[in-house]
Design a protein around this ligand. Structure first.
Ligand code: HEM
Length: 544
């Protein structure tokens, strides 16, 4: 692969039976590939033996090269400069003393507000501002190291294949296994890193330094691949099904099953929604009756739209153990191998590789030891979990909105209409500006909420932040929907057909409803945001 070619060498391979092309000074042998090239073989033959960089970038995005490089690149031109050696870590630039705003007092920023080195492509608003050299009180060098670690993995082993996986409605099992081995699953529980239950560690961050902003980064960077199906496959079932077990499960149960889950060997999902009860959780009907000897619950009922259900070994399930309403609900950990559990894949509009599932429980025998929390007090378990779930949804929506925006900015710089680039049309800049302002507003609220969660104990956070998190969820799904629509208008036909340059936009557009409806629909979220916030502030002594 490290072979060097002159321009004349390449020019001598200009026929169908030996066809080389140059892209960015790298040489590709596309002789065999020409027959399977989706753009046709003639178009490749027209640039045979030549530099085809300009034509290539007109029709493709970076993902294509990442995917095919290993297979097709045979070397580089002799004119290509050797890659510059990695720069030595720069000595921290001397910081200008801030100008005091008042005559006395210390106005220096806290130590954690030191800016990190710029990272990524530096397109304004395409990444959070702390990626681009701006100071932040929330992120330090451990976050920067984690960001680098995940991005490298996603860029090389995930993103180039996401379209294939989405169309095939499955993510290869080894990717999920890596989530365990890289220590990522253990870091996604909204709790202290559970060192005692897993030998796996995140390379970039020691368990004692793990915080909610690291957790946020995991979800955020995975979402850069631009596929709700991928993210839900990897963390959708786990991220909402496992925290109740860890927080409210009995020690013996947790000790028995958690290590296998954190290792990525076993899968868990959350089973709450039913054909007839979604956001109104208090009306759930799936029934669990205590056996006569008091040793088991016998579970009967159906669950619908259960993410990851078809692959799950464990189902964290909301069941009715008592009277109607919220005070008759419990949560049970149901094990597939108990028998009586059937799962079938549902055909949905979006998040295709997430495995949305219809589940039936028929006389499933569940040991009483598998009760999570207390009998008939499951509502609290479910409600506590909602905040974590909704924050996860918000992180994904903001990043998906950024992906729509980023793809649009890049495309607007390369596509020309009416004699000028799209970016030079004020109407396109207006669209981008409306996307950016919503993304940044939503993201900054998200950072604040995560910081609040970090400062509060869980029940306090459930009460005090529940309203704001509900409002933020609606804000994020509307931002995502807006950005998907505007990006689609900018890409035109390319985002109407699947795959190719507008592929991410087309897919994300289909994924929007999977975020705006589950985890509390926009309508319910907005109403709850007001009701709950007013109730809580009444307790604070709100004066009207
Ligand atoms: C290493 C070389 C190349 C590879 C691996 C490659 C791969 C692909 C792939 C996978 C697609 C499907 C659409 C997508 O996923 O983006 C595609 C489409 C296409 N390619 Fe290539 N290609 C190469 C070089 C070229 C060159 C040099 C040209 C032009 C001279 C070209 C022109 C096209 C066109 C016109 C399409 C159809 C675009 C559309 O549907 O809008 N390709 N190519």
């Amino acid at each position: 692969m490290s072979k060097t070619f002159t321009k004349d060498d390449v020019a001598s391979h200009s026929k169908g039976d030996s066809l080389y092309i140059v892209i960015d000074e790298d040489v590709y042998d596309v002789t065999k590939f020409q027959d399977e090239h989706p753009g046709g073989k003639k178009i490749l033959q027209r640039v045979a033996g030549k530099d085809a960089s300009k034509q290539f970038w007109k029709y493709h995005n970076e993902g294509i090269l990442k995917k095919y490089k290993a297979q097709l690149q045979i070397g580089s031109l002799d004119t290509k400069a050797a890659p510059a050696p990695a720069p030595a870590p720069a000595a921290p630039a001397p910081k200008a003393e801030p100008t005091p705003q008042v005559a006395s007092g210390d106005v220096k920023p806290p130590a954690t507000a030191e800016p990190q080195d710029p990272f990524g492509e530096l397109i304004p608003f395409a990444d959070p501002s702390w990626y681009q050299g701006y100071a932040s009180p929330y992120f330090n060098e451990t976050h920067a190291a984690l960001r680098e670690e995940i991005r490298q993995w996603v860029d090389t082993e995930i993103e180039p294949f996401v379209t294939e996986w989405d169309e095939g409605k499955e993510v290869p099992a080894h990717i999920y296994k890596q989530m365990g081995e890289r220590g990522y699953l253990a870091g996604l529980l909204g709790v202290k890193y559970p060192e005692q239950h897993t030998p796996y560690r995140v390379k970039a961050v020691t368990p004692d330094r793990w915080d909610l902003f690291h957790e946020m980064l995991l979800t955020d960077e995975l979402s850069r691949a631009g596929s709700g199906g991928l993210v839900w496959n990897l963390i959708g079932g786990y991220g909402i099904g496992c925290p109740p077990l860890v927080k409210f499960g009995k020690k013996e149960l947790v000790d028995r099953i958690l290590p296998g889950i954190l290792a990525g060997d076993k899968r868990i999902c959350l089973a709450i929604t039913e054909p007839d009860a979604g956001s109104d959780v208090a009306n759930l009907g799936c029934e669990a009756k205590l056996s006569e000897d008091g040793k088991h619950y016998i579970v009967n009922g159906e669950k619908k739209w259960i993410t990851n259900g078809i692959w799950a070994d464990y189902f964290t399930t909301a069941v009715r153990t008592g009277k109607p309403g919220m005070n008759g609900l419990s949560v049970l950990l149901i094990e597939r191998e108990a028998g009586g559990v059937s799962t079938r894949r549902m055909d949905c509009q979006g998040v295709l590789s997430s495995g949305t599932t219809y589940v039936t429980f028929e006389d499933v025998k569940v040991p009483v030891e598998n009760l999570i929390g207390k009998e008939n007090q499951g509502f609290k378990v479910i409600m506590t979990n909602f905040n974590h779930e909704r924050i996860g949804i918000v992180i994904q929506c903001v990043r998906f909105a950024r992906v729509c925006y980023e793809e649009s900015v890049k495309y607007a710089h390369k596509r020309k209409t009416f004699g000028k680039s799209l970016i030079d049309h004020p109407v396109i800049r207006m669209k981008l500006a409306h996307m950016a302002r919503q993304i940044e507003a939503t993201y900054n609220w998200l950072e604040n909420i995560i910081f609040q969660c970090q400062c509060m104990e869980e029940t306090e956070a459930m009460l005090k932040l529940g309203g704001a998190i509900a409002g933020l969820k609606a804000q994020s799904t509307q931002t995502f929907e807006f950005c998907a629509r505007e990006a689609s208008q900018i890409f035109g036909g390319l985002s109407y057909s699947r795959g190719g340059q507008g592929g991410k936009i087309e897919r994300l557009y289909r994924d929007v409803r999977a975020y705006a409806i589950p985890g509390g629909s926009e309508e319910i979220m907005l109403d709850l945001s007001m009701r709950q916030s007013l109730r809580v502030h009444e307790m604070f002594g709100m004066k009207l």
